[in-house]
Ligand binder design. Structure first.
Ligand code: PAF
Length: 288
C-alpha cells in the first residue's frame, strides 16, 4: 500500500477510521529527518500494524530569537526516507490547521519543564507538551516514540502521559551518533565545517566528565571542568552541564561523592554568534 500523505485534519481522521482498532505507533517529528529519526521508525515498524510519522515544525516551541524561520524543511527528502522505511502514513498539518485563529488552550507543565533547557527556553516545554498532546488525541496511538537525545523532553512527555492518564506507551530510544560521537540532530545542518569539528567536543567532554565522576570527583568540580573544556574547544557559551538523577531529573548534591545509582549527565552549549548561533544538546547515562 502506498504511504498516505495526510495534509489536513480531515484526511487524518479519515485515515484513522480506516485503520480502526489496529495497533498504531506514532513518531512525532519536526522533519529534517536523519538516522536518529529513522531509528525511532524502525522499532515502531517492527512492533505495530500501522506506523504514522508526523512532520510539523511547531512555531510555539520556538522562542522569539530562535531558529523557527531557518529550521530546515526538506519535505521531499523526508518523504522518500519514510517511504523506504515502510511507514503507512505521514501527517503534515499546516500551522493554521493546528492553531486556528481562535485557538486558546495550552498544557502547563510543572517544575520538570522549568529547569535545564526549560530555564533557558521559557515556555518551550509547555508548547512541546501542547503539540504532543494534540498529536496524541488526533492520531490515538498505542505507543509514541521519542529520542533520548531530547532527554528532558522525553521526561516531560512521560510526565504528561502519567498525569493525564493518557492510554498509550511512551518509548524512549537511545541516541544515534556520528563516527566522532556527535549526537545526530537536525540542527547539525547549521554547522560550518569548522564548527562541525568543534561540535564533537560535546560527546568527548561528557565522556571525560563521566570518567571523573566514576573516579569519585564531586559533581560540581567535574562539571565545571567540563564547562571549561567546552569553552576551550570553541563553544561561545554553555547553558548548563549538570548531573541529574536519571529517573526524576532531580539535582544531585554538588560537593559530595556520588552514591550508587542511575544518573544522567546533560548539557546544552552554543556555537557561533547570534543570529546564526547554533545550540546543541546532548546527554549521557552514568551508572554507579
Ligand atoms: O523533538 C521534536 O522534534 C519536537 O519537539 C516534537 C516532539 C516533534 C514536538 O514538536
Amino acid at each position: 500500500m502506498a504511504m498516505a500523505l495526510l495534509r489536513d485534519l480531515e484526511s487524518l481522521r479519515a485515515w484513522r477510521e480506516t485503520v480502526g482498532g489496529d495497533d498504531l505507533g506514532l513518531i512525532p517529528t519536526m522533519g529534517a529527518l536523519h538516522e536518529g529519526h529513522l531509528n525511532l521508525v524502525r522499532p515502531a515498524r517492527r512492533t505495530h500494524q500501522q506506523v504514522i510519522v508526523s512532520i510539523f515544525v511547531n512555531p510555539r516551541q520556538f522562542g522569539p530569537h530562535e531558529d523557527y524561520d531557518r529550521y530546515p524543511r526538506p519535505e521531499a527528502q523526508d518523504l522518500a526516507l519514510l517511504e523506504k522505511e515502510g511507514v503507512d502514513a505521514v501527517f503534515l498539518p499546516s500551522v493554521a490547521a493546528m492553531y486556528p485563529p481562535d485557538y486558546q488552550t495550552s498544557v502547563v507543565v510543572g517544575a520538570i519543564a522549568n529547569q535545564l533547557c526549560g530555564h533557558f527556553r521559557p515556555g518551550h516545554f509547555d508548547a512541546v507538551a501542547t503539540v504532543v498532546l494534540k498529536l496524541f488525541t488526533l492520531t490515538q496511538p498505542t505507543a509514541a516514540y521519542f529520542g533520548e537525545k531530547d532527554y528532558q523532553q522525553l521526561h516531560v512527555v512521560r510526565q504528561m502521559v502519567q498525569d493525564f492518564n493518557l492510554p498509550l506507551r511512551v518509548v524512549g530510544v537511545p541516541t544515534v551518533r556520528e563516527d566522532d560521537g556527535l549526537a545526530q540532530s537536525s540542527r547539525n545542518l547549521y554547522l560550518t565545517p569548522a564548527q562541525r569539528q568543534q561540535a564533537a567536543a560535546i560527546p568527548q567532554t561528557l565522556q571525560s566528565v563521566a570518567a571523573q565522576l566514576q573516579a569519585g570527583i564531586p559533581p560540581a568540580i567535574a562539571c565545571q571542568q567540563g564547562v571549561d573544556r567546552l569553552l576551550a574547544a570553541g563553544y561561545a557559551s554553555v547553558d548548563y552541564l549538570e548531573l541529574r538523577d536519571a529517573n526524576s531529573l532531580a539535582a544531585v548534591a554538588p560537593t559530595e561523592k556520588l552514591a550508587s545509582g542511575q544518573y544522567r549527565l546533560l548539557t546544552a552549549a552554543r556555537l557561533g554568534a547570534p543570529p546564526q548561533q547554533t545550540r546543541l544538546i546532548d546527554n549521557l547515562p552514568l551508572s554507579l
